[in-house]
Design a protein around this ligand. Sequence first.
Ligand code: FEO
Ligand code: CA
Ligand code: CA
Ligand code: CA
Length: 604
Amino acid sequence: PSKANAATSRYVFDELAWGNDETHHVAPGYDAQILLRWGDPITANAPEFDVMNQTAAAQLQQFGYNNDYVGFVPLNEDGSRGLLCVNHEYTNEEVMFPGLGRQDKVDFKGMTPELIDIEMAAHGGSVVEIARDEVGKWQVVRDGKMNRRITPLDTAMTLSGPAAGHARMKTNDDPSGTHVIGTLNNCAGGLTPWGTWLMAEENFHGYFWTDKLDADGNPDISGAAEEKSWDRYGVPGMWYAWGQKHDRFNVDAEPNMPNKFGWVVEVDPMDPTSTPVKRTALGRFRHEGAETTVSKDGKLVVYMGDDNRFDYQYKYVSEGTVSDDPAANGALLDEGTLYVARFEEDGTINWLPLVHGAGPLTAENGFNDQGDVMIDTRLAADLLGATPMDRPEDAQPRGDGTAYILLTNNTKRKEGDTNAANPRPDSSFGHIIEIKEADADHAATSGTWSILVQCGDPKVAEVGAQWNPETSENGWFGSPDNAAMDADGRLWISTDQGSSWGKTGKSDGLYALETEGEARGTSKLFFRCPVGGEMCGPYFTEDGETLFVAVQHPGTDGTKDIPGFERESTFEDPATRWPDFDPKMPPRPAVVVITKEGGGKIAV
Ligand code: FEO
Ligand code: CA
Ligand code: CA
Ligand code: CA
């Protein structure tokens, strides 16, 4: 406590200088080792990566693209062996495949059926065993018995909870409405207290296709049975060509298929033959993440953001309590209450339950049952009067009834359209809200909130940034995206500036953000990405000695606005060839493992 009241931040390390170049950087005194790259073989029989001769069959046994969420499940007492659970959110075809270039999103002329299947095989997730060797260095255990790939191409899943078996979930290949092949756009996620992995399905709408176009070449959904829902969710988004080859992604053939995506998927990483389960009680939206905690009376609580401009912050509270018997805990994700947040102007927060029959969630308003409420979570939350936020990304609870909500940016919010919890119009840099639940209980339906920091450059008055003045020119950031708690309950924030990269000139990175004492609101830079790469994943092992970070899409985002790069990357001419720096290899997304030189807790 004496430390927490000190005027300086509790994170002990020499801050990294901000900047922007072709490689990654970590604070002095730390090792940052490349652990797993796109294409690395992760099963005993997997072929070595051959970038010029890619196949879907090979990719199904190799580490996928765009590593996002990273979790670690220990396999032994001292945590020196364990399973890394990694999401593969999406693919960047222009730097994955030779000769393709950036695809025209309407006709996708360059996408062959095989390239489509490779992209599908590069999505999803990986479970990979890793272990420390004799000198304490983390290594991949290639023949690990639990190693597996999960993909939208071939992984069978079941649906459970209120929307499972619903009429709107029935498709040609599944008249029961309880099965689906694959998971899409798995962004952040979480681990449950019983060691299962939650994969959040984010921009699922982008994968659906229609051949019905209006005069401007945009999807024409008028008259579709799901028109109202599709309009609210952006279906079909037509970001990928998959629906040209696979009817299940073509809404003309399978109008109910989008209803099977946009969920939180639970995976048991300890059983490589287990079938992942989409838990519909946690609602359907563009799930950024699904970080868990336990309430005072032992219930599971999951905090979840819907990453869309003017969309909402949610949390789920289970009916039952967490048991020592893992098999008994699956039902906790099927039976419970989903709440949406209303951030009141007076600094209180109310969590509004999404329960069929309560308030406006009735048949007159289009909700015939709880399945409808879950399938159209966004429409239900609209009726309840939830607070429209500046793109809720990761939400990070701490066991003491506190949670941090990362709002990444919202350049569409107009003057006069602000609210107390989203106070800046045209926000390019985002902010972070701290929630204190009533009685320090994560299951509470009310509490208080405050803004921890308003991001952006504190020297530019019109940005309206708010940091602790102890924050240096290296420490301020824009566009908070993912968060982690370390072993001492300290907060770490990673950034994703996307096309706003040029507005700060800084690369994306990982920051230590003080939440306590006089130093509250002080941020320090710990790690930065190579140019065009987004910082994902941050995850600390329980002993606080290992930190995993994931560099997503190196060489792509915002590079045309960065002095010294000034172009859109292609396979042949990327802004960086991180991490291999091999003239024949394009940049590769990779997981990086960070430890202190000589060992010990990070930032202590
Ligand atoms: Fe996948 Fe909201 O970032
Ligand atoms: Ca992200
Ligand atoms: Ca997180
Ligand atoms: Ca983001």
